[in-house]
Design a protein around this ligand. Structure first.
Ligand SMILES: [Zn+2]
Length: 309
């Protein structure tokens, strides 16, 4: 009977070897990631602005990568935003919130999920912000709320438009009500921006959900979105179970949300810079092609009228 036991044990070993998958950390630190056609070199993806050239999937990027693409490398200055007290509620579940913060800071090199910069596109001064999903799912706590409000205040002080690239799963449960109150605080800040007649441009990126969608992400004067981005409040399965109906396959994708009227324009990553620049120049009435045409038309008409007479 001994040989049967030996064979079984050998079989178990093979099973363990086959089941062994790389850890999250190993996947993140590797040079490879995956897309429609299997493994892709991260370097190759980077050369295409982190967009797959086969299926067009817009992969998630961090704040610096976002600003490099839209505003140009070294063409922005990172602003230091206030950092409130960590872990105000002394939260602990499988890990403490302090431990989570520590590893998120180490992983992303950021103090909180939001980064605020001042920059320029085609001579238009801009205050801009972006979220890093790798920082606790880009959820919003007091520090993120403070960063957004700081960015808006900076925009008002300098009379700049405010451009925000949103992402994140919603408000951070480790901060409970303190996190939820950021929905109101950021909404009030945006209304101050609007009182100052300053444009607020939002670009929804994958994934924008929960309290983020229920507050500042949906308040833009113009709402842009990247192709295929998840834009949602509650998750698809929760809705399906509530309404007891089959939902469309593209439900909560930016293209579907555009059809429902919550997004104005789907813009591919490579076109973001140009689109943001032209929208802002129209909103700020600065050297836009539309203004220059309307300036020239009466002049041309006069010449034509003279010629006719
Ligand atoms: Zn792909």
């Amino acid at each position: 009977m001994n040989w049967i036991k030996k064979t079984l044990r050998f079989g178990e070993k093979i099973k363990i070897l086959l089941k062994k998958r790389p850890t999250k950390e190993e996947v993140e630190s590797s040079d490879w990631t995956s897309c429609c056609k299997g493994p892709v070199l991260k370097k190759d993806l980077e050369n295409h602005l982190f967009v797959c050239d086969s299926c067009g999937k817009h992969h998630r990027i961090n704040c610096k990568q976002r600003f490099d693409i839209v505003f140009g490398k070294n063409n922005y200055e990172i602003l230091k935003t206030p950092i409130p007290q960590d872990d105000p509620l002394g939260w602990e579940d499988s890990k403490t919130y302090k431990e989570r913060l520590k590893s998120a800071r180490k992983k992303t090199g950021q103090n909180c999920a939001v980064m605020i910069v001042k920059t320029k596109i085609n001579n238009i001064n801009i205050t801009a912000g972006a979220f890093d999903f790798a920082f606790i799912g880009a959820s919003v706590g007091a520090a993120e709320g403070e960063a957004i409000i700081y960015g808006i205040q900076h925009a008002i002080d300098n009379q700049n438009p405010f451009v925000l690239f949103t992402a994140g799963g919603g408000m951070r449960m480790f901060e409970s009500l303190i996190a939820l109150s950021q929905m109101t605080r950021t909404t009030l800040a945006i209304s101050e921006l609007k009182k100052n007649n300053l444009p607020y441009l939002v670009c929804l990126t994958d994934p924008t959900a929960g309290g983020i969608t229920a507050s500042f992400a949906m308040l833009g004067d113009i709402a842009l979105a990247e192709p295929g981005a998840l834009v949602a409040f509650a998750g698809k399965r929760v809705i399906q179970a509530t309404v007891k109906e089959e939902l469309p396959t593209d439900f909560q994708k930016s293209e579907y949300v555009e059809k429902c009227g919550f997004v104005d324009l789907i813009v591919a990553r490579k076109d973001l810079r140009e689109k943001i620049s032209s929208i802002l120049s129209i909103l700020l009435k600065k050297n836009s092609s539309i203004n220059s045409i309307s300036d020239e038309t009466p002049e041309d008409n006069r010449t034509l009228t003279k010629a006719a007479s």
